[in-house]
Design a binder for this molecule. Structure first.
Ligand SMILES: [Ca+2]
Length: 273
């Protein structure tokens, strides 16, 4: 009994050490290794505004729609769909999921909200206005991020493949293999469709990759490592996760899991108008 207990303790101890090492590596070494080898342009960022964000929100999906942010939070028992006031960070409307579900990315298409789940293989479809559950579809594999290109949806599952999805039946129309030159880019997480490109943050890294929806080719990188310096030192934060885009005012919002802030940013080396 004692042996079993001490073995268990040792396993937990080393697991925690490993987690701490990973987190520490992420903080100390913000320059993702691909950035040393890529031929695609690397942008840094300018901070335009800083807003409050619920530091208990384990953000898995973020989007902007008609003046509000919509957010999906994960973890079993804490998963929810939220409508949020940008300036105050206050939650204006919320639907809590059953504890069996771990929510992931969200997108809005045709006045409906699509919310992925991580390993439940199910996407929930809600009415945009009242968050009433309208429908659901099942899919193969894990659900990570989702966004809309207008006609079709784009969905990530943690690999280097983004599925292009027909929103009517939630079936895969085609697959997009994401690559930077000859290097496959995996761990694609939260997504946003921005100026005709798919932007994805990379799980456990402080970078966003800009992807051609047509070819999967990497068009550029955004280095977001400076955001960590702007988070309060005493708060417990998890990884960067969450990109939202206001097309009307060309505003980009970034946050992370348990981050107390949402940042409005611009690229400091704009390669477009
Ligand atoms: Ca998003």
């Amino acid at each position: 009994m004692n042996f079993k207990r001490s073995s268990l303790f040792l396993i937990i101890f080393f697991f925690c050490l490993e987690l701490a090492a990973i987190a520490d590596e992420g903080q100390k070494n913000p320059n993702y290794s691909i950035l040393k080898n890529t031929k695609a342009p690397i942008s840094s960022i300018k901070i335009i505004n800083i807003y409050s964000h619920d530091s208990k929100a384990f953000t898995q999906g973020l989007l902007y729609y008609n003046g509000y942010l919509y957010e999906s939070t994960g973890l079993n028992g804490k998963s929810a769909l939220r409508k949020v006031n940008i300036k105050s960070g206050k939650v204006l409307q919320e639907f809590k999921l059953d504890q069996n579900y771990f929510a992931e990315g969200i997108t809005i298409h045709a006045n409906k909200i699509y919310q992925l789940t991580w390993q439940n293989n199910i996407v929930f479809v809600y009415d945009l206005l009242n968050f009433k559950l309208l429908n659901n579809f099942s899919y193969q594999g894990e659900g990570w991020g989702i966004t809309t290109g207008g006609k079709n949806l784009f969905m990530s599952n943690g690999t280097a493949v983004i599925d292009c999805i027909d929103p009517e039946h939630f079936t895969v129309v085609r697959k997009i293999n994401v690559h930077d030159g000859n290097t496959e880019i995996g761990n694609l997480n939260e997504l946003e469709f921005i100026r005709g490109e798919i932007w994805a943050n990379i799980f456990m890294e402080n970078v966003i990759v800009r992807i051609s929806p047509q070819t999967g080719e990497v068009l550029g990188w955004v280095d977001l490592s400076k955001l960590y310096n702007l988070l309060p030192g005493d708060c417990r934060v998890d990884v960067l996760n969450g990109i939202a885009y206001d097309q009307d005012r060309d505003r980009i919002f970034i946050t992370g899991k348990l981050w107390p802030k949402i940042f409005e940013i611009k690229l400091s080396t704009q390669d477009h108008d």
